[in-house]
Design a protein around this ligand. Sequence first.
Ligand SMILES: [Zn+2]
Length: 688
Amino acid sequence: MSKRYTITAALPYTNGPIHIGHLAGVYVPADIYSRYLRLTGNDVAFICGSDEHGVPITIKAKKEGVTPQDIVDKYHAIIKQSFEDFGISFDNYSRTSAKIHHDTASEFFKTLYDKNEFVEEVSEQLYDEEANQFLADRFVIGTCPKCGYEEAYGDQCENCGTSHNATDLINPKSAITGNTPTLKETKHWFLPLNKHEEFLREWILKGHKKDWKPNVYGQVKSWIDDGLRPRAVTRDLDWGIPVPVEGGEGKVLYVWFDAPIGYISATKEWAERVGKNWEDYWKDEDTKLVHFIGKDNIVFHCIIFPSMLKAEGSYILPDNVPANEFLNLEGNKLSTSKNWAVWLPEYLEDFPNQQDVLRYALTANAPETKDNDFTWKDFQARNNNELVAIFGNFINRVAVLTNKYYNGEIPQPAEFKAIDEETLAAVKAYPAVIASSIERYRFREGSQELMNLARLGNKYLADEEPWKTIKTDEERTKTVMFVALQIASALAVLSEPFLPFTSSKLKSILNHAELDSELTWEDISTKDVLLPAGHSIQSGKPELLFSKIEDETIQKQLDKLEASKKANEAANKKVEPQKEEITFDDFTKLDLRVGTILEAEKMPKTKKLLVLKVDTGIDTRTIVSGIAESFSPEDVIGKRVTVLVNLAPRKLRGVESQGMILMTQDESGNLVFVNPNIEGVANGLKIS
Ligand SMILES: [Zn+2]
């Protein structure tokens, strides 16, 4: 039975590109769901857009010396492109800086205002006297009142996920000047969430106990049980949607208030474009609204946005909010600021045309019930052991043999044996099995069932061995190839939600376009014949669906991450405090000279030490230096160096070292020479 669906995916925040965590947590599952629903004949509006307001964008703009609009224009384009590249099949990808969104959000605010759904309050907000501005959420950093994390933002603690008001922070500091802010009066409008508590209890805690995911339900319950408080919907800022009522000058809508309304404005924009009525998708009780989000967004989509919709009065509420947990990368939390991520544009550069491999690896290992870890080894194994060895291998054999034996034409089968009947019956069961997984938001399970269908095909061919029977029993071979081609055809259709690029290639290989009618999801279980005898598949050598990923390729990715880690460690390295003051006379006691390394060799039986012969201008002397882990002897011969020549000689492993070469570290923590590498500076010159 066909139905109308409004499917939303969390609006990505436009202050950077998106990475695999976003894809795994939100966009791939939402896309699988949407594609499946379209394939099964439903009316789907799959909606998303860029979230372009809020303080972090203004902070980034300030840092880069550009306007906030420059920032959002840049990342909107990058993010939109990534979604297209990875086949995320949005019906509309809009942006919250669009006029239609400003109008829609403004109107929404006015409706609630006119219905007296807000509480007006003059309150004391944190104010930075030096910067001369109010400090809302992200401009304040302090200690989380719940978990004690010291770098919590004013609106939310990234450590424990709790959201709070900036004034709740212990030890608040301005992110602009570092000063301790003062409190200053300002008027704002608040959404009294406490007023909606009863409705939320009834609707979620009683109504969705069974069908919402336990991680979502649990978080919502703990929120409600903690007691809900009014939440400011406006703020003092100049980037965003102006507050459209009297007294709103200099204030904008809070980004969390305008962003979810972005789903509505993006639907409107789409409906206008394709000639539909947007209200059918937001106000008709028969429409099913589903929000795909990550777990950090649960409170906004399960408590705040529904309270807004309920207060407005004419909207439907979400039927489900299948939030995912977080994806980690190689054991560490994904982090934009630490560059601990696999960025989608970079992935595509390194793995061109392999979008489905990433989609598959992320789905097969999706953080559906708990945080999960993405590792490059697992990615490689999913590709090599499943996509290549099972799915790809099966399709390649079928296509190659059909071309070789029958010139690409599907043969007329002879009598079916029990194994053939059983296999065909098993194929027919897959649409329902996979559908059940998808409809319950168990996309990992669904992806594994799809792989099981490929496994079934692979095993059938391996057991029936048409490459052997072709020499002994032509009729049997025809039957086996006929059955195998039916399985391949089922895979072409059922893989579409998970592996859209592969599905499309496979349909070309099998020439699905030449069939009387396009095969639907339902056809796989109802039709006895998917590819009829006499139908021709693409001639020639079939395109390989997947190719093996070698260890070197994976190692390159691991090296990249290792470099990020080193850079972070170097950046986070605490600068040592200044030492005790010395007099000029103290300084002049140091005799620093320019020198050149003439010879170098490793100190036997040590890892760290090099024995150097250095021309100091005064003499040629032996200096033992602990740099062997960073430099080989060949690296350093001929280097100009800075030498402390009057350091008292000391013996290292029996060799007397007469001085010290000055070293420091680069940003990755590697040793480097303090280097007087300037033309015409002679050995022996004093450094003072
Ligand atoms: Zn916390």
